[in-house]
Each structure stands twice: as C-alpha cells, then as structure tokens.
Design a protein around this ligand. Sequence first.
Ligand code: GTB
Length: 214
Amino acid sequence: MTAIVSVFVASPDGGRGLARDMAVRWALREAGVAHDVRPLAFADLKMPAHRARQPFGQIPTLDSDGLTLFESGAIVLHIAERHGLLPADAAGRAQAISWMFAAVATLEPVIVEREVALLLEGDQPWTPARLPLIEARLRQRLDDLATALAGRDWLAGGFSGADIMMVSALRRPAAQRLLGDWPTLAAYVARGEARQAFVAAFADQHARWQAARG
Ligand code: GTB
C-alpha cells in the first residue's frame, strides 16, 4: 500500500518547504518509497479523525507498513531503520540516532523559541530584554554544532537520517539568513539541499503549495 504523509493543504511557509512534513518527504525520497499526501486544512488538524493519528492535531503523520506514526523525528527514524539510512554497524547507528535526537531536542527548541519570541510575542513588553538571551543560546548551539561538524560532510559517517533531521532543523535559521557566521553549517545545509532526493521532495511540496494557491 502506498505510504501517506499528512501535510498542510496550503503550507504557511509560502512553498519554502520549512514545515516538518519536508523531513518526512525527504526521507521517503531518499528511501525510494512511493508515497502520496493527505492534505489537511488547519480546521481538519484538530478534528477527531486527525487527532486519532496525531494526538496534538499537527502535521506530519505517516501511514505506512500498517502503522500510523507521528512526530517527524520518529517517522524519519522509522524510515531510516527500514531503508538503509542509518550506519550498518551498531555503534554508528547509535551515534546517528543520538544526532537525530540532538536535532529535535537540542537544536530545534532554541530555533523555535526565537521564532516564537519574534512572531508571537514580538509586541510583549518582555521581548526586547528576552530576545538577546534567546539569541545567545542559539549562537552557542550553532557554535557547538559547527565545531562537531568541522572536517566532515555528515554527522555520523556517511549521509544518514541524522542529516535529514539536522539539515531540516537548520533550514529555518538558514532561510532567515542567520547562518552567516557559521560557514560550516551553511555549507552543510547546502550539501543536504543539493541531494537529488531533497530536490525531488522540495519540488513535491512546492507543487502542492502552488496548486493550493490556484
Ligand atoms: N514535534 C512535532 C513533529 O516534529 O512532528 C511538531 C509538529 C509541528 O510543529 N507541526 C506544525 C503544525 O502542525 C507544522 S510544522 N502546526 C499546526 C498546529 O500546531 O496547530 C511547524 C511549522 C509551521 C510553519 C512554518 N512556516 O510557515 O515556515 C514552519 C514550521
């Protein structure tokens, strides 16, 4: 049966592939797994039918292998485990999974915290004092990641699911031109985005966004 990814019917990212379905689409393309999408409007996300797939009423989800999965990191790990997107040796595999968790639990929260402070709390009286603290935390994370990546192309040996998750997290600050001080990270994102599977996945989501625009 064809795998199905739940996606926004019209992503608010303006077709830039910045929503979290992009990592899932990319992993499926890397894996060569045929898939289709379930386009959902914002109102559909909070309906019982979708909450049965995703308890928090969000995208993405994946229906595949008789399972319905949620959380982009868990979905990419599932695909990676079944389709050779993790190192073959146990130690390398464990290392790659550590990096997948680092992407969603260590890098992404500081990236999202900054976006929330600017977009949702920009007019709050505490934001001018809080923003520099958030930005300092983000800079520290980017410094540390750049140090860890120095001299290598990918996080865990060859390209893996870890890179799908980490490049996906970094694409949001990259889109806001925040990686200028970290050429190692900018080059890493560019390497990920140059992959044929990324290009195909990006085109898939962009075509959907354009079709929804009419
Ligand atoms: N931890 C979950 C996962 O990784 O799967 C988080 C999922 C999540 O945040 N989903 C968002 C969602 O469904 C879409 S991706 N939001 C609707 C809701 O919560 O009601 C986040 C996102 C949205 C928009 C942009 N953008 O416009 O650039 C970027 C990222």
